[in-house]
Design a protein around this ligand. Structure first.
Ligand code: ACO
Length: 329
């Protein structure tokens, strides 16, 4: 590979995928003590797509990249020189999903390949990192993939969490550009709130309890409160760094974890729901995938237009947050 000049970055194109199997609220009424009214009122969720036996995060990722290539046959995938994958539910600890993608798509072995653990902020973290790789001249074309099969880590005996999650993947190709197409990159974490949302791994004691299930545990009320206390400030930082105000934003694409929470955020920011992109109603909380799953269909059906500015914000386990403003290609 020749020398790459440091440059601005922009999104070139994108793809998405959700698995075929659908779980409705009525399906959960048969599993746990819940009902459609509670789920819709508290979360807005009506359906979620979930992996079947034999489907993994890699299956979702491969299909999202296939979708990107089908919609944009002119993309030469072998010119990608970095692969970043956001996932907390990868097939293996290693090989990474990024290395599996390198192999499946015949991307050169000289391309960087790295999985990042940014939970529900992973997609925004990936875009921020890709922009940095391009700005520093380490890469010219970065494939950023979000792929999560969160239902694999859900406890189907816990009604307060199992109804929330769905599976899917999104992929965006980011490349160097003359003008900045990714603005206001902001990233952060608050480890003191990590106890509100966790999955154990090799260590089982956490927050004064033991949990050897390795399944997702969430204190939803405290996560909700943390989001309301912290995310408006993060959004203000993104806009400040981008040199923009909310009036300059065409679309808001927050992590689609909970419709009620997004409505509360919008009310606080005085930003209209009509210009907010959501995936939570049809797909549930798909973690790192929830933003691409809201944004890419909107770009395809003509709501999001070329040149539109989209404010992205992700937040989740860690607790972590990341966001930016994308200028849509
Ligand atoms: N069906 C019926 N009742 C239920 C259910 C259910 N599925 N789940 C909980 N309840 C009950 C509770 O037991 C409780 O009953 P009680 O009052 O008798 O004790 C009552 O409903 C209220 O429970 P809360 O947990 O306080 O409900 P809340 O209104 O907070 O809604 C929710 C829960 C939807 C999880 C919400 O708190 C939330 O969305 N929080 C934010 C989650 C989030 O954004 N996560 C971030 C990223 S996710 C990631 O990183 C993986």
């Amino acid at each position: 590979m020749g020398r790459i000049l440091a440059a601005h970055a922009r999104v070139v194109t994108a793809g998405i995928f959700v698995p075929e199997r659908v779980l409705t609220n009525a399906d959960f009424e048969k599993l746990v003590d819940t009902n459609d009214e509670w789920i819709v009122q508290r979360t807005g969720i009506k359906t979620r797509h979930v992996v079947s036996e034999g489907e993994h995060a890699s299956t979702l990722a491969f299909n999202a990249i296939d979708d990107l290539l089908e919609h944009h046959p002119d993309v030469e995938i072998e010119t990608v020189d970095y692969i970043l994958v956001a996932s907390t539910t990868s097939d293996y600890v290693y090989p990474s999903l990024a290395a599996m993608i390198q192999d499946r798509f015949g991307i050169p072995t000289t391309a960087g390949a790295l999985d990042i653990s940014g939970a529900c902020a992973g997609f925004a973290y990936g875009i921020n990192l890709a922009t940095g790789l391009i700005a520093s001249g380490q890469a010219a074309r970065v494939l950023v993939v979000a792929a999560d099969a969160l239902t694999r880590s859900a406890d189907y005996t816990d009604r307060s969490t199992c109804v929330l999650f769905g599976d899917g993947a999104g992929a965006v190709l980011i490349e160097q550009s003359e003008n900045p197409g990714i603005l206001g990159m902001t990233s952060g974490s608050d480890g003191s709130a990590g106890k509100f949302l966790f999955r154990t791994n090799f260590r089982f004691d956490i927050n004064g309890t033991m949990d050897d299930t390795r399944l997702l545990r969430q204190d939803g009320r405290n996560v909700f409160r943390w989001v309301m206390e912290n995310i408006p400030g993060t959004i203000a930082s993104i806009l400040d760094r981008a040199g923009l105000t909310l009036d300059d934003i065409d679309w808001f694409a927050p992590h689609s974890a909970n419709l009620r929470m997004i409505e509360a955020l919008n009310k606080r920011m005085e930003f209209p729901m009509e210009r907010t992109l959501l995936s939570v109603v049809d797909y549930g909380n798909t973690s790192a995938v929830s933003v691409p799953l809201a944004l890419i269909p909107a770009a395809r059906d003509g709501r999001v237009k070329s040149g539109d500015r989209i404010l992205i914000i992700g937040f989740g386990g860690g607790l972590v947050s990341a966001g930016n403003v994308l200028v849509w290609p």
